[in-house]
Design a protein around this ligand. Structure first.
Ligand SMILES: Nc1ncnc2[nH]cnc12
Ligand SMILES: [Mn+2]
Length: 576
């Protein structure tokens, strides 16, 4: 939805009188226990609301409509400071329906997934939705499309391509600047974008960047980071003036490692984010409510956890109208049955009760990106892995992390080709360019990966951060080819194949990233997919998102793209 509208003098007069209690408010939330995130007080009292604004807190107010909040605790609406809506596997409209009821009244997204497939058309689609959702969906403009020169994306966005969107009311600034080597080495395209957004918010992405490199990265005006995976790394970033966004997604789970940093001193400079969270995890665990609950369970004070979820986040992103339950602030509110457990009872978004009726009032936005998978058919022979010898780099997967190990292992070798080695839990991985931008016989990167547990068949995904080529992991070349070709037939998504059969699949026809189905059906569709992957021996909790991160060459240490294996630390393709 659009940012808060500016009231005219008559409306403002009415707000003032309602706040003074000499005129009725539009809505009064009666008798709740208000959590004051400035003083830490918990105080029973009414919350008076006019339009989308809180006008009075405490004591007794009267209103045209009144909601009984006795026994509930009232806190400010939650702010997810960094996420990719596409990783929810549903459209922004369904993301709104799925996540707002968890208390997330503001979500700050980076649409670089769809932008890597569709370019500016993808940005327009998300911006159209951002003015239609019930939640306040804010957009940071994608800074790195493609993420690097080491891959083939479906589009490219330079500073000039971003300029037309910069003044959109829902745009905050520039999204995660992932090409941190490009920043540090002064890549001209990176500098153009950084110059264009100086003085505005610039989001960071600096995994394991430290010391003088971190100073240089921050000197560019980059203000946040969500890639810290250890307490020492996060603390250094705090000390350099960055806001640390503590992330707990479906693959990247950093909350346990960073929980010790959530202290009264640090909380004003920390926030929460999910980055990538699929609808099954949202259903099974929750969204930001889950992060708050977990942080408190790990020892954080409730005051610090709720500050991170609201006022700290709002200040870090320049959202000056929200983050407190106080007069004059935006009426984004969450009513809780339990403060420590963060059990959400009701949500108010800009003064409106979040329910089916509210979602029914939204304008729908037509989907884009149909037929986006343009990969040529492949055959088993395309996944042969020729090489000069038995020893080769192998990607080491770390459950719950998107950083990977750079292993060097000796594999079965014969006839000039390397084979899988199930005894070492090493199978093949390949990335097939699917934007129709490769010459025949080109556009397939081949390598090996350790840690999936896969013993048979193959699993394939058209979600492959961030260029979203097809990534396939397999123990059998023919099943790898079957899974890849099936993705072309269903316009993208996830496929599990074994013994020449498709065991399970989930179609994602919007740009090969999102479903057109309601989030409940996508959530339920993930269950047989996971079961099918598990039947092949896969041991990872979230195999499809873990596959999806193998091609992301801005996350250390060893990755793979359609151009081949990438040594991320050297920021270069590995030539054999
Ligand atoms: N953590 C991340 N960093 C960069 N790109 C991403 N796309 C999805 N998650 C991402
Ligand atoms: Mn990132």
């Amino acid at each position: 939805m659009e940012a808060s509208r500016t009231p005219d003098s008559a409306a403002l007069k009415r707000m003032i009188e309602a706040g003074r209690g000499i005129a009725p408010a539009d809505l009064v939330i009666k008798g709740g226990r208000v959590f004051d995130l400035v003083t830490g007080d918990l105080m029973v009292g009414d919350v008076a609301i006019c339009g989308d604004r809180i006008v009075g807190v405490g004591g007794a107010y009267q209103g045209a409509r009144e909601v009984d909040a006795r026994g509930k605790t009232v806190v400010p609406g939650f702010i997810d400071t960094h996420l990719h809506v596409e990783s929810s596997l549903v459209t922004p409209g369904e993301f709104d329906r799925c996540v707002l009821p968890h208390g997330v009244t503001t979500a700050i997204c980076d649409p670089h997934e769809i932008a890597n497939v569709l370019g500016a058309e993808g940005l327009r689609y998300f911006l159209d939705w951002s003015t239609a959702t019930a939640m306040d969906l804010r957009v940071n403009l994608s800074s790195c499309v493609p993420a690097t020169h080491l891959e083939t994306a479906g589009a490219a966005l330079g500073a000039a391509d971003l300029a037309p969107f910069a003044d959109h009311p829902q745009v905050i600034g520039l999204a995660e600047f992932m090409n941190f080597p490009g920043v540090l080495f002064g890549d001209p395209d990176c500098l153009d974008k950084l110059v264009a957004f100086q003085g505005r918010h610039i989001d960071g992405h600096a995994p394991l960047v430290t010391g003088r490199d971190l100073d240089g990265y921050c000197a560019a005006g980059i203000r946040t980071d969500h890639e810290a995976t250890g307490a020492a790394e996060a603390r250094e970033k705090l000390a350099k003036g960055m806001t640390v966004l503590v992330r707990e997604g479906s693959v990247s789970k950093d909350l346990h490692a960073l929980a010790s940093l959530i202290t009264p001193d640090h909380a004003p400079f920390m926030a929460f984010c999910t980055d990538d969270r699929n609808p099954l995890d949202i259903a099974e665990e929750g969204h930001l409510d889950f992060l708050i609950r977990t942080a408190i369970a790990l020892g954080a004070r409730p005051l610090d956890a709720y500050r991170m979820a609201s006022i700290s986040a709002a200040r870090a992103f320049g959202l000056r109208d929200r983050g407190l339950v106080a007069p004059g602030w935006r009426a984004d509110l969450v009513l809780l049955d339990d403060l420590e457990q963060c059990r959400v009872s009701a949500v108010f978004s800009a003064g409106r009760l979040v329910d089916d009726a509210l979602f029914a009032t939204r304008r729908e936005v037509a989907p884009v990106g149909r037929g986006s998978v343009k990969a040529r058919p492949v055959a088993a022979a395309d996944f042969a892995s020729p090489g000069p010898g038995a020893t080769t780099p192998v990607i080491g997967v770390i459950p719950g992390k998107i950083i990977t190990e750079h292993l060097t292992l000796t594999l079965p070798y014969g006839g000039g080709e390397r084979g899988v080695d199930l005894a070492q839990d090493v199978v093949k991985v390949a990335v097939v360019e699917r934007h129709g931008r490769s010459a025949p016989g080109r556009g397939i990167g081949r390598g090996f990966v350790k840690g999936f547990g896969l013993k048979r068949g193959a699993i394939a995904s058209s979600v492959g951060h961030d260029s979203h080529n097809i990534t396939v992991v397999g123990a059998d070349d023919a099943d790898m080819a079957l899974a890849v070709n099936r993705l072309g037939a269903i316009e993208g998504g996830f496929v599990v194949a074994e013994g020449g059969r498709v065991l399970a699949e989930l179609a994602l026809p919007v740009a090969g990233l999102m479903s057109l189905l309601p989030f409940e059906q996508v959530r339920d569709g993930l269950i047989p997919l996971r079961a099918a992957a598990k039947s092949l021996g896969v041991v990872l909790a979230e195999p499809f998102l873990q596959v999806a991160f193998l091609p992301l060459p801005v996350i250390p240490h060893l990755k793979i793209t359609d151009k081949g294996m990438v040594d991320v630390d050297r920021f270069a393709l590995i030539e054999e």
